[in-house]
Design a protein around this ligand. Structure first.
Ligand SMILES: CC(C)(COP(=O)(O)OP(=O)(O)OC[C@H]1O[C@@H](n2cnc3c(N)ncnc32)[C@H](O)[C@@H]1OP(=O)(O)O)[C@@H](O)C(=O)NCCC(=O)NCCS
Length: 204
């Protein structure tokens, strides 16, 4: 790749721009996290992997673990069975199998946002190495029905981005439906639509 293209890519990177303009990042830059009751857990390691990222008296942000599967499945099924998705998961087992497949991906990475020890937001995805840099593809992102539109999705996405950015990831990518609240949510959070891309499906 020519040097100019590399420079253009990094200078126009949506993730970087988003964090640079983001209020939360200002807190990180100003080292004022402790004033807000948020702590970074450097010592919470398992097999060399950091598991808990941020915590305060009212929330916890951590890496997904298999122990979260059942609670995440319940949440996933109730969120996507509701407006505007109306997905028709026939059983909890079917939804659990779907999530198990995502989690079984060797490049899987997941994040959990909890309030009062209950999971209220989930981000499940996978890492991708590409010629444009390390990218994180969000397979599923959801906030508990009763907690939507309260800023939790924005906060979770900020924390996911912060952790991934620190790990050397420069892009977030995802697929979503047009003209639903999720589309405006992502646009508001610094994503743009790649007009050159299309989704293609062949059914048998
Ligand atoms: C989309 C979602 C993740 C956003 O998280 P959230 O915590 O509800 O969103 P936030 O409160 O942080 O952000 C609010 C913004 O998101 C959009 N939004 C979220 N929920 C909305 C709703 N029910 N109606 C209209 N806009 C909504 C709006 O742009 C809103 O901005 P505004 O408050 O200035 O109008 C969450 O609503 C959700 O889980 N929805 C159902 C599952 C889903 O669609 N997931 C994404 C699939 S790719």
């Amino acid at each position: 790749m020519p040097i100019k293209t590399i420079k253009d890519h990094f200078s126009s990177n949506p993730l970087k721009n988003h964090f640079e303009s983001n209020v939360l990042m200002e807190h990180f830059k100003n080292n004022s996290l402790k004033n807000h009751g948020i702590y970074f857990f450097n010592d919470n390691m398992e097999n060399g992997v950091l598991n808990q990222f941020y915590s305060s008296s009212n929330f916890e942000f951590r890496r997904f673990s298999w122990d979260d599967l059942d609670e995440c499945t319940q949440l996933f099924k109730s969120v996507f069975s509701a407006d505007p998705w109306y997905d028709e998961w026939t059983s909890l087992d079917q939804a659990r199998n779907y999530l198990k497949e995502l989690i079984g991906n060797p490049v899987f990475e997941g994040f959990i946002y909890c309030e009062n020890s209950n999971i209220v937001a989930v981000c499940l995805g996978h890492r991708r190495s590409g010629w444009m840099g390390n990218e994180f593809f969000i397979d599923e992102f959801f906030v508990e029905n009763n907690k939507q539109s309260e800023g939790i999705g924005t906060k979770t996405l900020d924390l996911v981005g912060k952790v991934l950015f620190d790990m050397g990831y420069t892009r977030l990518t995802l697929l979503t439906n047009k003209s639903i609240p999720a589309e405006s949510f992502y646009l508001k959070n610094g994503f743009y639509t790649n007009e050159k891309r299309t989704v293609m499906v062949k059914e048998f």
